[in-house]
Design a protein around this ligand. Structure first.
Ligand code: HIF
Length: 293
């Protein structure tokens, strides 16, 4: 079958200012609703929504991905892999109502970019142009990753998303944000101390903590450290595989290198499968801090 084509629809009446306005609304609401999830706030769950709405991509036929905004359909949002993301979707509801000219795919991905930047992460280039597709475009369940796996699985999973080893390791640094929740995924605990700032702490902890593979209260295996941090088996795989390990060490020692690689890999993750016309605008949003807000 011919590959599916997703052409970015650029609305010439909209400028970066229109999208910066939405960015600012999301950023202000992250600040205001700060009590969510034991004062971690909504940033991490917004990042997870942006990535899960993109992570259904399959390079074999160009299906899935962020373009169609199909997370909004029951088939996709009820995938057990998406447990907990209804909190992010509800967070974005009033913003969608106010700016209903934006597509769902653009909103989900803009939410993730905003959350990373507001958590002091790198600036991530972002492009509009996703178009709401009908329910029939919703990918089947089961395309999102299963954390109970090793390096071979991780490598194969990220290859489906057109990611090489460096990109895979860089992306995984996003697990500095937020935590796992027994009631969502059957895993328990945060990856580190700074669950709402974007840093290279994930790599430092992966190398330096004393990890022990244990069964949690739900009976699932995870690596736990004496400080109360955790790693999924797919996270821990990054120090078991020699190629991944070298890159983990680099990012643990060089946060700037991590930030640079993360920014390009995350943009790629959010744009997989989309054809942008030549000269399509690429936006870099200002944080609230940049704007003295
Ligand atoms: Fe996650 N991830 N992720 N992840 N993830 C969880 C939570 C977050 C995987 C599993 C889990 C990425 C890749 C993978 C975030 C961001 C990214 C949870 C816990 C699991 C199980 C969910 C819960 O219980 O609430 C696996 C198997 C991945 C591929 C191998 C990305 C790179 C790291 C692509 C990525 O950006 C974020 C942020 C969270 C925290 C959510 C929260 O609510 O705090």
């Amino acid at each position: 079958a011919a590959p599916i084509v997703h052409i970015a629809a650029i609305n010439k009446d909209r400028t970066i200012d229109d999208y910066q306005r939405i960015y600012n609304k999301i950023a202000e609401k992250i600040r205001e609703d700060d009590e969510y999830d034991g004062y971690i706030g909504y940033g991490p769950v917004l990042v997870r929504l942006g990535w899960h709405s993109s992570g259904t991509y399959n390079k074999e036929n160009n299906s899935g991905g962020s373009y169609g905004g199909t997370y909004r359909f029951k088939l996709e949002n009820s995938d057990p892999s998406n447990n907990g993301l209804q909190n992010a979707a509800q967070f974005l509801d009033p913003i969608y109502k106010e700016f209903n000219w934006i597509s769902h795919g653009d909103l989900y991905t803009l939410g993730a970019v905003c959350a990373i930047q507001e958590a002091q992460g790198p600036k991530i280039k972002w492009r509009p142009g996703r178009v709401d597709l009908p329910e029939s475009a919703t990918p089947e369940n089961g395309r999102l990753p299963d954390a109970v796996n090793g390096a071979d699985y991780v490598r194969k999973f990220y290859a489906r998303l057109r990611m090489n080893d460096r990109e895979a390791v860089a992306l995984t640094g996003a697990h500095c944000l937020g935590r796992t929740h027994l009631k969502n995924s059957g895993f328990d605990g945060p990856w580190g101390a700074a669950s709402s700032s974007f840093t290279n702490e994930f790599f430092i902890n992966l190398l330096n903590e004393q990890w022990k593979l244990q069964k949690n209260a739900a009976g699932n295996k995870q690596y736990d450290s004496p400080k109360g941090y955790m790693m999924l088996e797919t996270d821990y795989a990054l120090i078991q595989d020699p190629i991944y390990l070298k890159i983990v060490k680099e990012y643990a020692n060089n946060e700037a290198s991590f930030f640079k690689d993360f920014a390009s890999s995350f943009q790629k993750l959010l744009e997989n499968g989309i054809d942008y016309p030549k000269g399509a605008p690429e936006y870099i949003f200002k944080t609230l801090d940049d704007q003295d807000m």
